[in-house]
Design a protein around this ligand. Structure first.
Ligand SMILES: *Cc1c(COP(=O)(O)O)cnc(C)c1O
Length: 369
């Protein structure tokens, strides 16, 4: 039996950086300081500089990053926020947790990202913001999104949880809208060894409010100015992320090489390949193809010991979580169709071109049989 090809090999990533990660752990363990210290402050400076942003605030995870941005913008009950119909449910939950209403907008099927041409029709007098998601690591088409936001006076919050380092017309994701949320969940392109997240922005008011809200609504210990939360990036995760940030561009470029190889090998086959928009440089968090007979092909790949996943099998608006809300009444045929066909092939900085070839061989055989 040939060796398995995992969907993503995080252990291999940690092996490559073993010395740096061990040193990070030792530094924090010996310091005896675990919450809001010098590692978090240094990572915030380094990640802000990486994104080209004025501010970065570490928080507990990507969902909280989105939620705190909404709170910092005073978006809450009675307000509407435009969200893509096809995204990870966190994009929607952040809006619900703030007490606002998620209003779904369908994607462009070819790119999986929110369709700027559908924004005008979704706006009402209550709409306050739009959350474009850079899904699978491909930047959303931000120029027309920003134009629509300007027409209607909306804030633009980037969900960059899958797009660390991706660029759109020369800007890194994270600095294109009013503020951006990043996740450092272990499987993300920049992943911690546990949960983590950050808010990136050029707006010092948003940055300051997020910092307060994340730390019990307080600037000064035991002086509480708002009903805040406890959702902070911790020193250990910040130290691990500092070990990983210097290799992010290199690891992203390995993903790009694998994606190029998939594109060449699978061109002309009976499936839909990812489409890249003009001016965008994706970082291929996921390599997602569309397959008509998905279940049969996935079984064949599993039999060949190849890790395949589905992102995502149920659009948030069709999930039980939103069944009793107005969003469930809004049809989302494009997201529904995509959710039945999308198939994520293995990709990651520790996968080889030979492994991509093996996936393609197995996939092409399964499609043809
Ligand atoms: C991972 C992810 C999030 C949430 O991040 P967590 O750190 O898991 O809370 C939000 N949006 C998208 C698109 C994601 O992929």
């Amino acid at each position: 039996m040939t060796a398995a090809i995992p969907f993503l090999d995080i252990a291999a990533a940690n092996r490559e950086l073993r010395n740096e990660l061990d040193a990070a752990y030792s530094r924090v363990m010996q310091s005896g300081w675990f919450i809001l210290g010098s590692e978090v402050a240094a990572f915030e400076r380094e990640f802000a500089a990486y994104c080209g942003a004025a501010h970065c605030t570490g928080v507990g995870n990507g969902l909280d990053a989105l939620h705190l941005i909404l709170r910092a913008l005073d978006i809450g009950p009675g307000d509407e926020v435009l969200v893509p119909t096809n995204t990870f449910i966190a994009t929607w939950l952040a809006v619900s947790h703030a007490g606002a209403t998620p209003v779904p907008v369908e994607p462009v099927a070819a790119t999986h990202n929110i369709d700027p041409a559908r924004i005008d029709a979704a706006v009402t007098p209550r709409t306050r913001a739009i959350i474009p998601v850079h899904l699978y690591g491909q930047p959303a088409d931000m120029t027309p999104i920003l134009a629509a936001a300007k027409r209607h006076g909306l804030k633009v919050i980037e969900d960059a949880a899958q797009a660390h380092g991706a660029t759109y017309r020369g800007s890194r994701t994270g600095v294109i809208g009013d503020a951006a949320a990043f996740s450092f969940y272990p499987g993300k392109n920049l992943g911690a060894l546990g949960d983590g997240g950050a808010v990136v922005t050029n707006d010092s008011t948003i940055a300051q409010r997020v910092r307060e809200l994340s730390n019990y609504g307080s600037k000064q210990k035991y002086v509480h100015e708002s009903e805040g939360y406890n959702t902070r990036l911790d020193e250990l995760q910040a130290a691990f992320l500092r070990a990983k940030l210097p290799v992010l561009d290199d690891w992203n470029s390995r993903r790009v090489a694998l994606a190029d190889h998939y594109m060449n090998r699978l061109a002309g086959a009976e499936l839909v390949l990812p489409a890249v928009i003009d001016g965008a440089s994706p970082v291929w968090h996921l390599f997602v193809v569309r397959l008509k007979e998905r279940e049969r092909v996935i079984c064949a790949l599993s039999d060949a010991n190849i890790g395949v996943q589905i992102h995502y099998p149920i659009p948030p608006g069709l999930s039980l979580a939103y069944a009793k809300t107005p969003a469930s009444k809004i049809a989302c045929p494009i997201a529904d169709t995509l959710s039945r066909e999308v198939t994520s092939l293995p990709i990651g900085p520790h996968m080889s071109i030979e492994q991509v070839d093996r996936v393609c061989d197995a996939l092409l055989t399964a499609i043809a049989s």
